[in-house]
Design a protein around this ligand. Structure first.
Ligand code: BDR
Ligand code: CA
Length: 311
């Protein structure tokens, strides 16, 4: 299995991404989960990550708290999407699990140094503050990363927090800039893909029909999470943004994209956090990202349902 660190701000869709990873031990070994401030403040994302591990029955996974605010800016949160707790919807018990001692950034650095180079993949599902801080604090670890597969950005789908920016990148554009300029090739799951991963009513029913604690909780999470997108975009259901990342590790052939240059806007107030993707190759800037654009949604949901049923 592929060794990964999940860096996350749960978030209902983060929760489903984590559940999918934990349900797929043949393909994925979760070395640890690092929480970052994003959808809700750090205290809540660090708590929600443990709630999800307990829901999955995986209390052995170390969960670390990381950065509580973006590199140079005040934190912007998204309670309007995820609810006050960040995980509104199901009624899940407070975690018994403790956080593991130490800072998430140090865990990321130590883990990359402790493993053979090229054997640990980073899976950021929130603002890139922890990852950028690790790369700044320990530049030697960048080369040791196997791959970065992240959820963030948008091209044709433009923005969901401003007219031109996606939430994760907009919240900490300086951090995103550091990661996109790190020299590591990045696999990007932008809104262009994640808005195709919609939990329609029949897909929601299928989760509920699993009948387990996990299946019902996921149905309740997506019930809550779809309100925003339905009202706002008239979307057919909750977009499962972050699970695209963990699904890619299991079935990369579900996704199609282009290897392009992506730069992050960090200056303009109007377009702050925009992922400027050179989709048509109109510059000679070197490609740094596999920017996904299409998804086999039926295949994605079949995988998800099958794996969640195993928890
Ligand atoms: C991203 O922002 C968060 O609200 C979601 O968890 C996802 O990571 C989508 O823009
Ligand atoms: Ca997220």
């Amino acid at each position: 299995p592929r060794k990964i660190i999940i860096d996350t701000d749960p978030g209902q869709d983060d929760a489903v991404a984590i559940l999918l990873a934990l349900a797929s031990p043949a393909e994925i070994e979760v070395l640890g989960i690092t929480a970052v401030a994003g959808n809700v403040p750090l205290e809540l994302t660090a708590k929600n990550a443990r709630i999800v591990c307990e829901l999955a029955g995986h209390t052995e996974i170390p969960v670390y708290a990381g950065c509580d605010r973006p590199l140079n800016r005040p934190l912007i949160t998204a309670e309007h999407v995820h609810g006050k707790t960040g995980l509104d919807g199901p009624n899940l018990p407070d975690p018994q699990m403790q956080l593991t001692e130490g800072h998430a950034v140090d865990f990321i650095i130590d883990t990359l140094r402790a493993h053979e180079p090229g054997t640990v993949t980073l899976c950021p599902l929130g603002p890139l503050t922890n990852i950028a801080t690790a790369f700044q604090k320990a530049p030697d670890v960048v080369d040791r990363v196997q791959e970065i597969v992240l959820m963030g950005g948008a091209y044709f789908e433009v923005g969901n927090i401003t007219p031109t920016a996606e939430f994760n990148i907009h919240v900490d554009p300086e951090a995103a800039d550091i990661v996109f300029k790190s020299g590591k090739q990045i696999v990007v799951m932008p809104l262009d893909v994640t808005h195709k991963a919609l939990v329609t009513q029949s897909r929601n029913d299928a989760f509920r029909a699993i009948g387990s604690k996990v299946g019902i909780a996921v149905a309740e999470m997506t019930d809550f999470f779809e309100r925003f997108d339905k009202e706002k975009y008239g979307s057919a259901g909750a977009p499962l943004h972050d699970p695209c990342v963990t699904a890619y590790l299991i079935r990369p052939e579900l996704f199609k994209g282009r290897h392009v240059n992506v730069e992050i806007e960090t200056q303009s107030e109007l377009t702050l956090g925009m992922t400027v993707a050179d989709w048509w190759g109109v510059t000679d800037r070197p490609p740094n990202a596999m920017f996904m654009g299409d998804l086999d949604a039926d295949g994605f949901f079949a995988l998800l349902k099958d794996r969640l049923a195993q928890l």
